[in-house]
Design a protein around this ligand. Structure first.
Ligand code: ZN
Length: 290
């Protein structure tokens, strides 16, 4: 099986750009860690494929966070993709077994993109638009039209093994609509099976052989979680000593599980005492001790 990867391409005069993505291992990584209902599995798969394509298109140095926030059985779907295409995802939801349709699942909600720069001196950017459409592809197309004024079309497919997608975007400043329409026509014939299974070069040739297509080097995509014991410790410090002591009065250890990767972080009374002992020098001291 091929590794998870993203493929960028561009049509002859650079007026239309496109991307293909297929995720297998990274998506399975997300699914293995939590027992999601099928509808959430599909939505997360589609959002992961979308987030990777968007991150690669924006070429932004930092983390792209794509969220669908809902008021229905699904409260939140979130995918984070870093510039190096390391990805993680999670969902918060109630019972949604009988539902399939996006408006029923999410109710009145929002589609949110946050760009969190790697450089701490830069400020984060956040774009929010009301959720629109019946699919993840439609919601993202709507977002891009509202926030970037860039006509974009997205095709997504998910099966038991993989999640895949194709994106076409009319470049800013494109002179005529002709090439855009010529690109859309064959793209609209793409089948889910082709996105999920066909070799990218074969697929590009099948769809766009009429065009002089320039293909860039493909980029690998992988699952990676950025959680750490230090970050959980920071969160417990924010809660304060009273809350932490109250929790420890009820159980021997505080067990914090990462909602993205399922990693458990345990803090007992000794750890808790250290949390609040010397917040500034703790990291240095504990390094010296080992
Ligand atoms: Zn984690």
């Amino acid at each position: 099986m091929e590794h998870d990867k993203l493929q960028r391409f561009m049509f002859e005069h650079g007026e239309v750009r496109g991307e293909l993505v297929r995720l297998t291992d990274s998506w399975r990584h997300v699914l293995e860690r939590r027992d999601y209902p099928p509808v959430i599995r599909s939505l997360l798969g589609e959002m992961m494929a979308s987030a990777v394509m968007l991150a690669a298109m924006l070429k932004f140095d930092g983390t792209l966070v794509m969220q669908m926030q809902g008021s229905g059985p699904i409260r939140l779907l979130v995918v984070e993709c870093r510039s190096d295409l390391a990805i993680r995802a999670t969902a918060k939801h109630d019972d949604c077994a009988d539902l399939a349709n996006l408006p029923d699942l999410l109710g009145k909600g929002h589609f949110v993109i946050t760009l969190d720069p790697a450089d701490p001196d830069q400020t984060a950017y956040q774009g929010i638009v009301p959720l629109h459409g019946n699919t993840v592809a439609e919601a993202l197309e709507h977002y891009l039209m509202q926030s970037e004024q860039l006509p974009t079309r997205i095709w997504l497919a998910v099966d038991e093994q993989s999640s895949a997608g194709m994106m076409l975007q009319r470049m800013p400043g494109a002179s005529s609509d002709e090439l855009w329409q010529e690109a859309l026509a064959p793209a609209a014939t793409v089948k889910a099976d082709e996105l999920l299974k066909l070799d990218f070069m074969t697929l590009l040739h099948r769809l766009f052989n009429e065009h002089d297509t320039r293909v860039f080097e493909s980029m690998p995509v992988r699952f990676s979680c950025t959680c750490s014991r230090e970050k959980v410790a920071g969160m417990l410090r924010m809660l304060g000593p009273d809350e932490v002591e109250a929790a420890l009065a009820e159980q021997a250890e505080i067990d914090v599980a990462c909602e993205f990767c399922g990693q458990h972080y345990l803090f007992d009374a000794v750890d808790a005492a250290q949390l609040f002992a010397a917040p500034e020098s703790l990291a240095e001291d504990s390094k010296k001790l080992h």
